[in-house]
Design a protein around this ligand. Structure first.
Ligand code: ATP
Length: 229
């Protein structure tokens, strides 16, 4: 069976500076894949290329369709839900309005998002700008789920958050994996949490895929070399 998302030989540049030199990764249906690597190794650039936010060379197929041939809004409609770095929501809209604005038909609705993140259900009439950083991150994830994606991409969803809120977000990712069988690609630096929740990891080094496998099989010297831990 072919993967839901298949990326091979991905290359990308910012102006004259090349950022990706050959990224290969796959996410199968129902699989949780961690995308890791030190700062500046190309994780966010890879996500931008998958979501067609920037031009790239190489192959990106989603459910067998060549994403590079589609305009980006069509690519989004195929079922990729992105939670971008920096958790963008509409600051002046309420939680409920933010979620409604993202909604597309499917199993995910306001009630389902409220069950996953009770904090959002409790604050549905509150404007997004008045939420804490962690609650805004939950709202950004909720918005992506409201599009009823087949693949959810989380880019640094726990960065800069308090430990308690981080734990709630990891718990939600674990429940998504267990209960919804959604395919998830997670960019994050938390080795311990990713080892628990991911089926596999892809580690980038200097814009290339350097290692792939289950994280509990990552040798300490490679963890040191590629992740600095
Ligand atoms: P981090 O963990 O710090 O977010 P990353 O692995 O996501 O890092 P990228 O943000 O993809 O790395 O960066 C890869 C390379 O591309 C880096 O050398 C970075 O400086 C460069 N780069 C990223 N964004 C831009 C941009 N908008 N313009 C120019 N260069 C960029």
């Amino acid at each position: 069976m072919s993967a839901l998302l298949q990326v091979s030989g991905l290359e990308a540049r910012y102006g004259s500076s090349q950022a990706l030199f050959g990224v290969d990764l796959e996410v199968a249906a129902g699989e949780v894949v961690a995308l890791m690597g030190r700062n500046g190794m190309g994780k966010t650039t890879t996500v931008r290329c998958i979501c067609r936010m920037m031009r790239a060379e190489g192959e990106v197929t989603f459910d067998g369709q060549d994403l590079r041939r589609l305009p980006s809004h069509r690519a989004a409609r195929l079922g990729i839900g992105l939670v971008p770095e920096g958790r963008r929501c509409f600051a002046d809209l309420t939680v409920q309005e933010n979620l409604n604005a993202a909604a597309r038909p499917g199993a995910w609705d306001m009630d389902a998002v409220g069950l996953l993140f009770p904090r959002l259900a409790e604050r549905k009439a509150q404007v997004a700008r008045s939420l804490s950083g962690g609650e805004q991150q939950m709202l950004a994830i909720g918005r992506a789920l409201m599009t009823n994606p087949r693949l959810l991409i989380l880019d640094e969803a726990t960065e800069g958050l308090a430990p308690l809120i981080r734990a709630e977000i990891w718990d939600a990712v674990g429940r998504l994996k267990r209960d919804s069988g959604l395919a998830i690609l997670i960019v994050d630096k938390s080795l311990k949490e990713l080892t628990a929740v991911s089926d596999r990891a892809v580690i980038l080094n200097r814009g290339r895929t350097a290692w792939t496998g289950a994280l509990d099989g990552l040798a300490p010297d490679l963890a040191q070399q590629y992740l600095g831990v």
